[in-house]
Design a protein around this ligand. Structure first.
Ligand code: FEO
Length: 397
């Protein structure tokens, strides 16, 4: 594999030695429709250092890329910035291959690694702010707790101004063009926002703290090297600014109508709400859950000003697809949206009441009473749906 899988030079002393997962489509509930990468980085200094490893099954690819630069057994240090299995799953195979002098992690990282693996060596805990002399190069470790797990930390290579940021500033995008300037910018913006919405949105307070911390430490990076997706070498400021913005969850004039339908009634109501919104000047996004994955819904509500939800009633409950998606969205803890509820029923209600409860738990400010249709919506019901759209539009435009 050595001659096939090659490292990619990031700076004169930093190499990307990660692995590309072209086929993954489900990342703990997040639809990774464009795959992902598990990035690892090799720092060439007196003490040769590997930053993070890759998911189980991809270790050989990483080791082959390392071997294209240096004999893996010459690696002295392994740094684990984040212990989640997509970055540590190959750690035993890696330790066996490289036999490093030391393995570094945060205090929580050391605990997490010990809880996951029967490690053949001790972990050296690096306190927050600790500097590590690599001989000719210096790394500062900074804890970034809950970006993404309690163990998360970043490593900053001073001389090269490279921030190894683990999950933060990443995206799920399989690409062999590993730099931002080699990729389509609109695609990067889309996938970075989707990743933030699905992974980091509930942790936005921690994201804000981490960004302030990096600023307070005087870290001015020329390159941000995350654990997923492209390396930001041409425009690291863009992703830093985007995180600063997303962490405050600013709202726009976009309204997401989230719904499913059994025999078309709720679909008709959703489209009537959409007409009212559009006529009121809002940007409308109808998301029919038979064709939209929950992770795409999360991406849309990252900046939506309103969330309006509709469901048919089945066995006195909301449609299963709504229950699934609303549970997922609640966990992402969006803030600052207004909304409304609509639904249909035959001989027994239940869906609308359940939707109201779900949106209230998400702190969505409901602007009107739920609209219910018995079987097929008549013009009066459709008029109420249209009026709901107009009402919401007045609040978000
Ligand atoms: Fe990419 Fe939190 O793991």
């Amino acid at each position: 594999m050595k001659d096939v899988f090659k490292a990619v030079k990031v700076t004169d002393s930093v190499w990307w030695v990660g692995a590309i997962d072209w086929s993954i489509r489900n990342f703990h509930g997040y639809e990774t429709s464009r795959g992902t990468t598990y990035n690892a980085y090799l720092v060439i200094a007196d003490k040769v250092t590997l930053i993070d490893t890759v998911k189980a099954g991809f270790g050989k690819e990483m080791l082959a890329r390392i071997a294209s630069v240096i004999d893996p057994q010459r690696i002295d240090y392994l740094v684990s910035n984040h212990s989640e299995l997509d970055h540590s799953g190959s750690i035993l195979e890696t330790l066996e291959a490289i036999k490093p002098e030391k393995v570094f992690a945060s205090a929580m990282g050391a605990k997490a690694l010990a809880a996951h693996f029967d490690l053949p060596c001790d972990i050296t805990v690096v306190p927050d702010g600790e500097q590590l002399d690599l001989g000719g190069k210096t790394i500062t470790f900074a804890e970034t707790k809950m970006c993404h797990w309690p163990d998360s930390m970043v490593s900053y290579l001073h001389e090269d101004k490279v921030l190894f940021s683990q999950d933060a500033f990443g995206m799920h995008l399989a690409t062999r063009e590993i730099f931002d300037d080699q990729c389509n910018k609109a695609l990067l913006e889309h996938e970075a926002a989707k990743y933030y919405a699905n992974i980091l949105l509930p942790l936005s307070l921690s994201v804000s703290k981490a960004i302030k911390k990096l600023s307070d430490l005087g870290i001015e990076c020329n390159i941000i090297a995350p654990d997923h997706g492209p390396v930001w070498r041409s425009d690291p400021k863009w992703i830093m600014d985007a995180y600063t913005k997303w962490a405050t969850q600013p709202r726009t004039n976009k309204a997401v109508i989230l719904y499913d339908t059994m025999w078309g009634s709720t679909d008709l109501m959703a489209r009537a709400v959409g007409e009212g919104l559009a006529e009121g000047g809002a940007t409308v996004k109808l998301m029919h859950l038979s064709s939209e994955h929950r992770s795409n819904v999360a991406a849309e509500i990252l900046d939506a000003g309103a969330l309006i939800v509709g469901s048919p009633t089945i066995n006195n409950q909301v449609y299963p697809s709504l229950a699934d998606c609303l549970s997922y969205l609640k966990g992402l803890r969006p803030i600052g949206m207004v909304g409304g509820v609509f639904g249909s029923f035959g001989w027994g209600g239940g869906a609308a009441k359940s939707l109201v409860s779900s949106l209230e738990k998400m702190s969505v400010e409901l602007l009107a009473e739920p609209i219910s249709s018995n079987y097929v919506p008549d013009s009066d019901v459709l008029g109420k749906c249209y009026d709901l759209g107009q009402l919401v539009a007045r609040r978000i435009t």
